[in-house]
Design a protein around this ligand. Sequence first.
Ligand SMILES: NC(=O)c1ccc[n+]([C@@H]2O[C@H](COP(=O)([O-])OP(=O)(O)OC[C@H]3O[C@@H](n4cnc5c(N)ncnc54)[C@H](OP(=O)(O)O)[C@@H]3O)[C@@H](O)[C@H]2O)c1
Length: 258
Amino acid sequence: MVRGIAAAVRQGSGQMPGRYRMALITGATSGIGAAFAAALPRETGLLLTGRDAARLEAEAGRRALIALAETLPIDLLINNAGFGAFGPCLENDRGTELGMVAVNVTAVVELTHALLPAMIERARGQGGRAGLIVVSSTVAFVPMPMMATYAATKTFELSFTEALAEELRDAPVDVLVFCPGATRTGFFQRARMPDGFLRYAEEPAAVAPKALAALGRQRVQVSRGSVGLALSTIAVPRRIVAAGARRFIQRIAGHGDS
Ligand SMILES: NC(=O)c1ccc[n+]([C@@H]2O[C@H](COP(=O)([O-])OP(=O)(O)OC[C@H]3O[C@@H](n4cnc5c(N)ncnc54)[C@H](OP(=O)(O)O)[C@@H]3O)[C@@H](O)[C@H]2O)c1
């Protein structure tokens, strides 16, 4: 246990062929991140972070985590940490809105940019493959009133990761952007979202393995339920999609349909 920087370091043997030797999972103290840690085989060592241990919204927290990660043979990076805030953007706390950008966007770019080149080089030297998973969301596909900043950060993650995957198509690294739908975690309480959203939620233990199974096979994996959302943005003007999303969210939140 390394306090102050990482929540936990688990040494793995890394000796099984085809298995990652050491994974860095951000936001692994609960929810989907903890489910990723549980789903990885014992042979994979883990560097796990949570908010209290590495405050990713602060530059110093990100730097400290990168410095630690650089001392370890990370070959799988899972950018999972993230949070949302429910409510009209202009009425939400500005610091919270900016914190979302820092954790869901800046930290993802900074960790990926800092760690991936060495991960790729190690993979090349060892004749293996590195892995990158960015946890986005199904809300990435549509403008989402009442979660404007959060949804925009998830759109960023989707676009960033898909573009990176194409840039790295010939490099020994598998790149995946993972888009869970509603998942039963602490996310909703932290975002101050009404319970109605949990009605359709999946369990994190069912969600994380889908990403691990998809890594190396595809670039975008939707956990459940957004094919319609994605198609709607092609077939329908985005203004109408945004209005529909607002009505949907207000109905689930019990705010009526105005
Ligand atoms: N739950 C859903 O319905 C859902 C759907 C789509 C996408 N996602 C995405 O899935 C990812 C994981 O969320 P979750 O649902 O598992 O929520 P969660 O249970 O609240 O877990 C979030 C994790 O991120 C960490 N974290 C939050 N703010 C942080 C900060 N400022 N600095 C560093 N770490 C921070 C938390 O650490 P602490 O526990 O130490 O605070 C926790 O480990 C997020 O990127 C979220 O956007 C969730």
